[in-house]
Design a binder for this molecule. Sequence first.
Ligand SMILES: Nc1ncnc2c1ncn2[C@@H]1O[C@H](COP(=O)(O)OP(=O)(O)OP(=O)(O)O)[C@@H](O)[C@H]1O
Ligand SMILES: O=P(O)(O)OC[C@H]1O[C@H](OP(=O)(O)OP(=O)(O)O)[C@H](O)[C@@H]1O
Ligand SMILES: [Mg+2]
Length: 281
Amino acid sequence: MLRIAIPNKGSLSEPATAMLHEAGYRQRTSGKELVITDEENGVEFFHLRPRDIAVYVGSGKLDIGITGRDLLMDCAAPAEEVLPLGFSRSVFRFAADPGTASSVEDLRGMTIATSYPTVVAKHLSDHGVDASVVRLEGAVETSLQLGVAQAIADVVETGATLRHLGLVTFGDPIMESEGVVVRPAGAKSNEAAQRFLRRLQSVRVARTYVMIDYDIRAEDVEAAVKFTPGLESPTVSPLHRAGWVAVRAMVEADRAQQIMDQLEDVGAHAILATRIHACRV
Ligand SMILES: Nc1ncnc2c1ncn2[C@@H]1O[C@H](COP(=O)(O)OP(=O)(O)OP(=O)(O)O)[C@@H](O)[C@H]1O
Ligand SMILES: O=P(O)(O)OC[C@H]1O[C@H](OP(=O)(O)OP(=O)(O)O)[C@H](O)[C@@H]1O
Ligand SMILES: [Mg+2]
């Protein structure tokens, strides 16, 4: 059985579970189930704290984990990212009261509060900045008001928390993160692990593309397929109505509306965009 760690709570939990469900794996029905066996797929899921996942995987106790790239970096366990998953995206940044600092160099001699002390210490040392790092579990922004630190380094998703407190970010982003699949560093590839990765990859592709179908006069098809070249080549089939064809091709979901406008302009009719539930390409 493939033993896989998945986040039991927090920002990663719900999107990770949704992706695994789409990939055809049985998921827990109650938040209290900590270990789930999916006999049919030969997989056992362990619901663990996101911060602990790379530690378990790095120690070799579990074969695979889903966690955040920033959490992986912060725990410094011998685990490595093998597949980015595209959800729980965030940017990790310095922030402070306006006027405190404008670059990482300005932090020399200051105290920085963060829940990711390893990531911050490495960034400071990479920039040759000598500063203190205080580790806090959460609500890191409040440490400024309470005088525990002069600056913070924290996850910024929408920026609403910082705006609410009148804080500003400064310096280059420390890192960009998203949900990732991790394996023990240097782990040998095996068929079960590869199959799991292929399934998740197929969900990513299915989410990235939509299927576009349209009807068009045969003489206009060359103009239209320029906008819908497909992954290999679009499917063009004859229609019962003489002189007309139907075209089918995958396009990037975030460009679908723009492409539909272009297809209309070259004479396409009955243009449909359909979500792809699963795919192997
Ligand atoms: N708004 C956000 N707040 C916190 N983490 C976020 C956010 N958006 C994305 N993430 C990512 O989620 C992971 C952190 O998840 P984690 O469960 O440890 O913290 P959390 O979602 O803040 O939950 P909690 O604060 O309840 O522990 C990191 O990889 C982080 O980059
Ligand atoms: O940019 P935003 O969309 O405002 O999101 C970022 C905020 O969300 C997280 O806090 P969380 O709510 O997880 O509380 P915590 O600090 O206790 O972890 C993070 O630590 C920031 O404070
Ligand atoms: Mg949090």
